[in-house]
Structures are given as structure tokens and as C-alpha cells.
Design a protein around this ligand. Sequence first.
Ligand SMILES: *Cc1c(COP(=O)(O)O)cnc(C)c1O
Length: 465
Amino acid sequence: MDRTLAADLARLPQLLDATRRAAGDALASLDARPVVPPAGKPAADGEPESLPERGDGTEAALAAFRERWEPRLSASAGPRYLGFVTGGATPAALAGDWLTAAHDQNSNSALDGAGQDLERETVGWLRALFHLSPDHSGTFVSGATMSNTTGLAIAREWLGERLGVSPAEDGAAALGPVRVLSGAPHSSIAKALAVLGLGRGSLVKVPTLPGREAVDPGALDRALADTPGPAVVVANAGTVNTVDFDDLQAVAALKRRHDFWLHTDAAFGAFAALSPDHAHLTAGLDASDSLCVDLHKWLNVPYDSAVQFTRRRDLQARVFQNSAAYLGPLADHPDLVHLTPENSHRLRALAAWFTLRAYGREGHREIVERDIACARALGELLSADPAFTLLAPVRLNVVCFTLAADPTPARLTALREAAAAEVFVTPTVHEGTAALRAAFSNWRTTQADVHRAAQALRTAAREIA
Ligand SMILES: *Cc1c(COP(=O)(O)O)cnc(C)c1O
């Protein structure tokens, strides 16, 4: 064994302690350090370093990381990082993630260990959390984009079943032209269609309700009537700009008149089901044929984690089966290796298992409701300030706002950068107007953070005036 490696092995407990202390320091400083460090040079001390020919062990690597890279990372685990839709990691989720690395399982088959059974137990808990019926099976994937891609791959195979071909066997061209109908789809839907050989051009935008991002069910009805043959509908349960929800029950009811696969992108919107005041937004979720829920957002587990639910595991296995002599035939409960794009399968369910085991439905309901209350409070503070205008009501956990005077992209960038040490928000365009979004999904965020964020945005608006 390499001498440095052997020395590290001999001191493993001390090295783990040193790493734990470094993690503790980083988390303890979340409140004090800039939410996003000022943009800098490519590396803290100039050029990227070259590959070490001979290493000097974990302790030296840890010191180099803390000196050169740690100060340049964002405080995205903290309470005032409100960009995109970004969760942190609860204490239990962090513990689960550490142990995932320690055990380093390849949980993709029944050949060794109970890793995939742990994942199945966790999927059952998530099904209960979102009130899904046992007809939905689920698998963990690396994020909502991969969940949408997997769901739409199953949709593609369903189209083949309807037309008497198998795209998994014969290629996507066997389907002929395909239409994927959606009101205000997330950008990852177009990416998924590009990957799947259906093409970004197969996405047909259906009109939304006036002044809303929710699909107009009447317009969807007409678009389906105009579609020759079976179609795919992507319903949106939580759009990223204004967190608008399609009327999922009305969309599902169209199945009585039209032949379509219903995929629902509920990446973070599914968590509305945890709040009694907002659960109605997710009514009808269970009717989806495939369903995407992100976990590294509002469940507050570390990246990379999302789940893909479907009612047609048989079609899923037809697409993703990985036949190899050592894996054996597909059974009634196919191993995970036959269900997702990856073959090797990190035990990423463990972080979700830990946080659900530690805090339960109640603990996670409290996080969701506190974040919603924080979004509402920021919305009220900004709309009371003449410098800002809200572009949509705060429906759930996102505030979509802009400058009241002259909201150009350049001025919004200046505003974001002036506030970035205290609060991080991300740009968007809503109905043709350049805007900013503040999204609340971190378990640490409190009303005190809302006031700090509002103050920073006010000060920044004055500075750029
Ligand atoms: C975040 C998000 C995605 C993509 O999620 P990743 O985890 O970044 O792949 C897809 N759809 C919606 C609605 C989202 O909010």
C-alpha cells in the first residue's frame, strides 16, 4: 500500500474527527459569511494547480481545500440563499449522507445487502407523505431533470404500446411524430425530450389561463382533440416563477375523452400536500401515470436526490432493463438496476430515510409551513415598499418581484449583486418583464432572515438608484 495511504488508514478515526470539525465550522459560519462570495479569479491564488505526483495525505488536502476553495463556496446550505429552489440538509439528512459514503453501497440488486430494500421502504414513506396510492412504484434518481427524463421515457414506451411498436427496441423514430402538450413546462422537460429522441420540437405549448401560469383546461381539451393519435401531457404542479398549479383533477378528467399519458412535474410543488391549507393544490396528483418529485429541494436532503413515481413499472423495466448474465431474469419486483438510467446505484435513499425517520410528517410539515409563511412575509414587506412591485401573488413559497422604476435586466443584476452578501435571489422574465425570484425551501430560514433579506434588498435598491 502507498505509504501516505497506509498512514491515513492508521489514523482514520482522527481524520474523520478533523473532517467533522471542518464541517462543523462551515455550518457554524453560515449566518456570518457572505451568502454568495464576490465573483473572483478562476482560483483563489491564481492558476489551477497541477496534479500532485505524490500526495501528502488527507490532512493536507483538507487544509488546502479550506484555504483555497471553501471561502469561494456559496452559503447555499444556509437560510438566506433564496435562488432557484434550493433546500439545505437537515441534521438527520446530513448524517444519512455521511453514512451513505461510509458504507459506499451499490444498491442496485438483490445480489448483496439490503440497500434496495431500504430504498423501497423510503419510497413507501414518500408515497404516504404525498398521499399516493400503492399503484405508484418509485425509484430514486439524481434530480428532477433525471426524474422527468425517466418519466417521459416511460411515456415514450406507452406511446409505442398504443401504436404497436417498442421505441426501446425499434428506436424513437418508430413512433412517427409525437406531441407533448404542456402549459408552462420547466426547461428540463425540453431537455428530456432532446435526450429521448422525441426532440425539443415535440413540445407544444398550450395556452394558460389569463394572467396565470396554469394551463387552460379548455385549451388543453382542444389541443388534444387536434392531436392525431395518442399524446403525452405534462402537467405542472408548481411553476418556478409564480408557483402556479395546473388543475390536476381537470387535466386527469380529460382522459375520459382523449388518449394520453399524464406526466406531472411536481418537483417542489408536491410538498404543498404537507400543508393542510395548501394541500388542495395537489389534489389529483395520484392520477398521474408518472410523477417527478425532487428531494434535494424541499425535503432538505443533500444533492443529488429525487424520486420518480409511476403506475407502469412494467414499461419502465422495458426501457431500462439491463440484461447481463450475472443479473438474472426480470422478476415481478425488478432490481433497481433495471429501472433507472444508471446501473450502479448510490444508496442515496439513506439521507431521505434519515430525515423522515428523525422528523416524520410533522417535522417536515413544519418546515414547509414556515417557509410558506416566510415567503408571504417577504411578499408583504416588498409590496409595502414603493421601490418594488410584486408580479404575482405569493401562492406558496416563491416571491416574484421587480423594481417599480425601470426594471431593466442590467439594473436587476446590479441589485442582486449589491444584496448578494446578505441574500441571494435569481433572475427571470415573467410575462415579458425582467424580474427576480426569492424561493423559500430551506429548513433553517426564519422570519428574522426575511427581515434581513428585505433590508438588504431595500438598501441595494437605494444604492443603485
Ligand atoms: C428544479 C426543478 C426541476 C429540475 O430539477 P433538478 O433537480 O435541478 O434536475 C424540474 N422541474 C421543476 C418544476 C423544478 O422546480
